[in-house]
Design a protein around this ligand. Structure first.
Ligand code: SF4
Length: 309
């Protein structure tokens, strides 16, 4: 039976916002993956995109600015049976949360990051985010942006993400397909999700994207998947992805850039050091006796601390 992942809540985004397309794609991907709603968790930081967990009928947590990745990591390691998805904006994940974004690539915990990329901080009136190119003057800015911009795909590749893709919010079917592949991927998947913000970004509009986007899976001979764990194959697919990630401007590639499931996940690395860890992870370990009293004797812990002092 397919589950319904829509909620009855009023969706609090501006008309024409790309977030609507992303939300529809997430709901459709979860329905197609067909896990029970209680097996999913959606985590977000702060920003317009961070409202996403409110609108998907699964467990969700709307956390602190830039801190969605540590929350998602803790959730996954506490209960590895959950499918964890993280929604964050370009400002949230690549500015205040940039350190966590880099660390996540090095760990390779098995979860999915959906990076809503609109070039602005929409929730706080359109300041330039880390993906807005230098010299760009959107209608939300008084003067052109004086910062250089980040390339999320190139950054993700360079810090070790094992699934790196780009999608476009107004192609819901293609976005749904990529989210589904990201969820199924073993390791951390990141999707640079291009998303018009009609309220504050009048440069990267729907029309602007429609004129530039093309799809990698329609390119002859494009194969982003590492097929065997050999150095030559990894290098070939990695360099191909890096080259493609630099393409931006008149033509913008959308699709999967790189996928490598031969890199051990963080969970597998923990298991190597602590073979029994996931037999009784924190979320499933018993915390109380049958009568409801705590198993852990706090008095003993405090006594121990005082004695040690
Ligand atoms: Fe969407 Fe921009 Fe409105 Fe935020 S400010 S809801 S990103 S259109």
């Amino acid at each position: 039976m397919a589950h319904n992942f829509k909620t009855d809540l009023w969706v609090d985004w501006c008309p024409g916002c790309g977030d609507f397309g992303i939300l529809a794609a997430i709901q459709q991907a979860l329905a197609e993956y067909n896990a029970k709603p209680e097996n999913y968790v959606i985590v977000s930081g702060i920003g317009c995109s961070a409202k996403t967990p409110h609108y998907v009928n699964v467990s969700g947590i709307h956390t602190l600015h830039g801190r969605a990745i540590p929350f998602a990591t803790g959730i996954k390691l506490s209960n590895p049976n959950l499918t964890v998805i993280l929604d964050g904006g370009d400002g949230d994940l690549l500015s205040i949360g940039a350190g966590h974004f880099v660390a996540a690539g090095r760990r390779n915990v098995d979860f999915t990051i959906i990076l809503h990329n609109n070039g602005v901080y929409g929730l706080t009136k359109g300041q330039a985010s880390p993906t807005l190119p230098r010299g760009t003057k959107t209608k939300g800015l008084q003067r052109p942006n004086i910062y250089d911009s980040l390339n999320p795909v190139a950054l993700a590749l360079s810090v070790g993400y094992t699934f790196v893709a780009r999608a476009y919010a107004f192609n819901i079917k293609n976005t749904k397909d990529i989210i589904l592949k990201a969820i199924k991927h073993k390791g951390t998947a990141v999707i640079d999700l291009l998303q018009p913000c009609p309220t504050y970004n009048d440069i990267n509009t729907k029309e602007w994207y429609d004129q530039r986007i093309y799809y990698l899976d329609q390119e002859k001979d494009w194969d982003p998947v590492v097929r065997k764990p050999e150095e030559e194959e990894v290098e070939k697919k990695y360099l191909q992805a890096i080259n493609k990630s630099l393409e931006w401007g008149d033509k913008i590639p959308v699709g999967i850039f790189y996928q490598n499931e031969f890199v051990p996940t963080y969970e597998e690395r923990i298991k190597q050091n602590f073979p029994n860890y996931f037999e009784d992870p924190p979320a499933t370990s018993q915390i109380s006796k049958k009568d409801g009293s705590a198993i852990v004797d706090m008095e003993n812990i405090f006594r121990d601390k005082i004695v040690r002092k």
